[in-house]
Design a binder for this molecule. Structure first.
Ligand code: SF4
Length: 473
């Protein structure tokens, strides 16, 4: 039976579980939303997932949809509660609007976990993903590779075989012989892994809707349109070489591959741009205009030789385009664009001992004021190898910044921005999503497989292989 206590709604403790529950409650006190009402919870059959309104309405879903649907269910069932028994996880979760509590695992005991909408209960999520990852590793061994980008939630990063930036993860994927590569990141990254994958390898993504603001700013037809417009003032096939930041979809990479260009990452942009200028007089750099401009400044390209193409207002200034050596696409990363010069000035004023380090997707005005600029890997290396007592204001995604702070207590690390920006797409992947993918594999089902058609895959692979070749020299 499920019961109700003065600490909120709890599962009925059984035997030794009670003491552990008390301990856990002490560490993670229940939180209550204003106006939430207590409910009494009944017992439900195995394999069922039911959300009941106080009025007695109900709905069912497949057990393994629990994770994905739970928050949505709570959103749509105001003052409702959900009881679920997910057979592949072997746990029972209880999620009640208004309360958050995590309870420990006691073997042989049906573990209740209570969570409220909008209230974080990371301890519970860690337990869930740890159990299913361990089970998947036992059953699948080296046939399974889990990759996680640095901007993923902590629970996901902890569950992965490797964490890294997009280039590191692409390399890991390309070097791996695993049958299943579970890519915890955003869609273009998993697509990149699928393009580089060997015959028979399958890339799966926990959240198919994990996109990227930057990658969405460009597609194949809009690139073709620019190429057509450029042909009014030059012969683009002869004069222009395209370079694509890896934060692009496979069809954009394919375009670049077809036109003789290469991909780049934030750490290799300078090397790839040098390579591109050694081949043709002009470069089209897509889609991050700030990464393009910041790199151009390092290469000493003057402002008058740089133009920006805005696909929303496709007006070709013939004179400027005819003069241009570097054509930039008007795309930005929604996270890095949020750091402003005022942030740097405020840190200088309030924490003069701090050094400012930023990602090259930040605005050029911010990059100019910073002490250091570099890719995610560069930021991590610089901060983690700095002398104890160093103070860093970091201009990049918040999950990485707070992990750096947590894992490096001998230095002080904080976000450059007063309201630290995080990537909402990267945050979509929750432990339950990873659990659902692994649970699928354990039951013989491949879910959310990322596939790239061969006619796109081959030229896209060419652009990526050129990048890997250029950067390996
Ligand atoms: S941080 Fe920016 S570039 Fe990276 S996935 Fe999010 S929106 Fe895209």
């Amino acid at each position: 039976m499920w019961g109700e206590t003065d600490k909120g709604v709890l599962g009925q403790p059984l035997g030794a579980g009670a003491a552990l529950e008390e301990e856990a409650v002490g560490k993670c006190p229940p939180q209550r939303e204003e106006g939430a009402e207590r409910v009494t919870v009944g017992k439900f059959p195995e394999g069922y997932f039911e959300g009941l309104t106080r009025e007695g309405g109900s709905r069912e879903a497949k057990p393994d949809h629990l994770a994905r649907d739970s928050s949505r269910t709570i959103t749509s069932f105001s003052r409702s509660f959900v009881v679920a028994n997910t057979s592949y996880l072997g746990h029972c979760h209880r999620i009640v609007k208004g309360f958050a509590m995590c309870l420990p695992w006691v073997p042989g005991y049906v573990r209740p976990a209570v969570r409220a909408r909008g209230v974080k209960c990371e301890a519970m999520e860690r337990i869930v993903v740890t159990d299913v990852v361990a089970e998947a590793r036992r059953a699948l061994g080296e046939r399974l590779l889990i990759l996680a980008h640095h901007y993923q939630r902590d629970e996901i990063v902890e569950a992965a075989d490797y964490r890294g930036d997009s280039l590191e993860l692409s390399r890991r994927a390309a070097a791996s012989d695993a049958r299943w590569i579970v890519f915890c990141g955003v869609h273009f990254m998993a697509e990149t892994a699928a393009v580089l994958a060997k015959e028979g390898q399958r890339v799966l993504i926990p959240r198919e809707d994990a996109g990227c603001f930057l990658a969405h700013s460009i597609d194949y037809p809009s690139l073709m349109e620019l190429w057509r417009v450029l042909s009014d003032v030059m012969d683009p096939d002869e004069e222009v070489i395209p370079v694509a930041y890896v934060n692009t979809t496979a069809d954009v990479k394919a375009f670049v591959g077809e036109k003789g260009g290469a991909c780049c990452t934030s750490s290799s942009a300078e090397t790839v741009l040098r390579w591109a200028f050694s081949r043709r007089p002009r470069v089209l750099f897509v889609p991050d205009q700030y990464l393009g401009r910041n790199t151009a400044r390092r290469l000493g390209i003057p402002e008058e030789e740089i133009v920006v193409w805005d696909p929303r207002f496709p007006d070709l200034d013939r004179e400027r385009f005819a003069r241009a050596r570097l054509i930039l696409w008007r795309g930005t990363c929604n996270v890095h664009v949020r750091f402003l010069p005022e942030d740097v000035r405020r840190v200088r004023r309030e924490r003069p001992e701090a050094k400012v380090i930023v990602h090259p997707e930040c605005r050029p005005e911010v990059v100019e004021l910073a002490d250091e600029v570099g890719s995610t890997s560069y930021i991590i290396k610089t901060v983690t190898t700095s002398p104890p007592g160093s103070v860093w204001a970091v201009g990049t995604e918040e999950r990485l910044v707070s992990r750096l702070a947590k894992e490096n207590p001998e230095v002080e690390v904080f976000s450059l921005a007063e309201v630290p920006p995080f990537c909402s797409y990267m945050s979509l992947t929750r432990p339950e999503d990873l659990g659902a993918i692994l649970g699928g594999l354990l039951s013989g089902e491949e879910r959310n497989v990322v596939e790239v058609p061969p006619e796109i895959r081959e030229p896209a692979r060419l652009s990526l292989e050129r990048m890997l070749e250029i950067t390996s020299k």
